[in-house]
Design a protein around this ligand. Structure first.
Ligand SMILES: NC(=O)c1ccc[n+]([C@@H]2O[C@H](COP(=O)([O-])OP(=O)(O)OC[C@H]3O[C@@H](n4cnc5c(N)ncnc54)[C@H](O)[C@@H]3O)[C@@H](O)[C@H]2O)c1
Length: 384
């Protein structure tokens, strides 16, 4: 059977994990064809640990390699759009890691280029879209049973990162190296799910606090408020200095409510399905403080069983399996690359709102965003 041959650009922490899993045969429709890294130590590692694959220094070489069908971009985020476009130009299928890039202008250009190559599959590593609980939430919403969404709230403050994390240097935790802090590095999955489940807002008001309890130049404590065309609203809270922190998503709709909570070893989900939509119930009800008839489902998953285990072991390879089948057999992509811009647009809007101290309407002014981002990079340089 034909396998999809992957070339991985960037074999640091994440890319090397993908390389090893592909070589272990965890995707039966995929194989590792080659890898590339600008860092000599990573190339040495690859020559020693990965069997029989060419190891390149320059991604332009990997992209021209005829044994590569699909390029996986796992470098620091600034390079994702540029490398992805080059790979598409060379008629390779492309999977980028999250976030799609740092600013939407570059990602929009990538999306526009990808649209000129509809024969190529373009995906993004939004592995948390494979989590069965978020998929159940999506099903409930898409089925219409949830009705109009009224509110989406996510508190995700369990991204604990000590000063030592920020002191490790490199590209992490700076505007120059990665374009931001917790919103850019830790939260892209939740920002994607926030819009995947709740839709894109029409406006955002954000407060991105820099260096809370840490000596850093990027945000590590964020609250933002969103408003939607249908009158719904949302709140998102994240930080890297709370401990142990919380990860709780709550979505309310006319037809019910979903609550998903993750703790270290367990994930729980509660779905309340109203027997009659709240708006309809309210129209005919005469009681002052009624209980609404509903059906409630509790789902609990344990560390070594289902969702949490999948989170550690299975989510990323499931995205590869889906991507391989998308190329080979036309399976629908779980995470199309063009959707990478949505979560990034949210985070760009939060930064812009915070920097300008005002509400930001979407779609945002991309040139203005880039100007303001460059100002942050300049402040950062002056501080160091
Ligand atoms: N999907 C996920 O769950 C997940 C998890 C962690 C990281 N990531 C993403 O993966 C990317 C990499 O993160 P990481 O933790 O592996 O970082 P890392 O620093 O460990 O690895 C990045 C590697 O890219 C190499 N590199 C940089 N520029 C390059 C270039 N132009 N050509 C070739 N190689 C180049 C570096 O030398 C390094 O080895 C980031 O965008 C990050 O957000 C995704």
């Amino acid at each position: 059977m034909k396998k999809l041959r992957y070339g991985i650009v960037g074999i640091g922490k994440q890319g090397s994990m993908y390389a090893k899993r592909l070589q272990k045969g965890l995707d039966k429709n995929g194989a590792l064809a080659s890898v590339c890294d600008i860092c000599p130590k990573r190339r040495e590692w690859a020559k020693e640990k990965l069997k029989n694959v060419p190891v390149y220094e320059d991604y332009n070489e990997l992209i021209k390699d005829e044994t590569v069908d699909a390029v996986v971009v796992v470098t620091p985020h600034y390079f994702h759009p540029e490398i992805a476009i080059k790979a598409l130009e060379n008629n390779k299928h492309v999977m980028i890691d999250k976030p799609a890039g740092v600013y939407t202008k570059a990602v929009r250009e990538l999306n526009e280029y990808a649209a000129t190559k509809p024969e190529l599959i373009f995906g993004i590593m939004y592995n948390q879209r494979t989590n069965p609980l978020y998929r159940k939430a999506k099903e409930f919403i898409d089925s219409g049973d949830m009705g109009e969404i009224k509110r989406i709230n996510w508190i995700i403050t369990n991204w604990y990162r000590p000063q030592a994390y920020y002191d490790q240097g490199g590209w992490r935790g700076t505007f120059e190296g990665e374009g931001g802090g917790v919103l850019t590095n830790q939260c892209p999955h939740q920002l994607d799910l926030f819009q995947w489940l709740g839709g894109m807002p029409k406006s955002v008001r954000g407060y991105a606090k820099v260096g809370v309890n840490r000596d850093i130049t990027v945000e590590n404590d964020v609250t933002f408020y969103t408003e939607y065309e249908n009158g719904a609203s949302g709140v998102f809270v994240t930080s890297t200095h709370d401990y142990p922190g919380t990860n709780r998503l709550e979505i309310s709709g006319d037809g019910g409510q979903i609550v998903i909570e993750q703790k270290l070893a367990t994930e729980t989900m509660v779905i309340h399905r109203l027997k009659t939509k709240e708006s309809e119930f309210n129209r005919v009800n005469e009681k002052f403080m009624p209980f609404l008839p509903k059906k409630t489902k509790h789902i609990k998953t344990g560390m070594f069983k289902n969702a949490y285990r999948l989170a550690i072991i299975g989510q990323h390879i499931n995205i590869f399996r889906n991507f391989s089948k998308a190329v080979l057999y036309g399976e629908k992509l779980i995470a199309p690359g063009v959707e990478g811009i949505n979560g990034l647009l949210l985070s760009n809007a939060v930064y812009l709102s915070s920097w300008l101290d005002s509400e930001v309407n979407l779609p945002l002014d991309e040139e203005l965003y880039l100007t303001e981002l460059n100002k942050q990079i300049e402040y950062e340089k002056q501080r160091s």
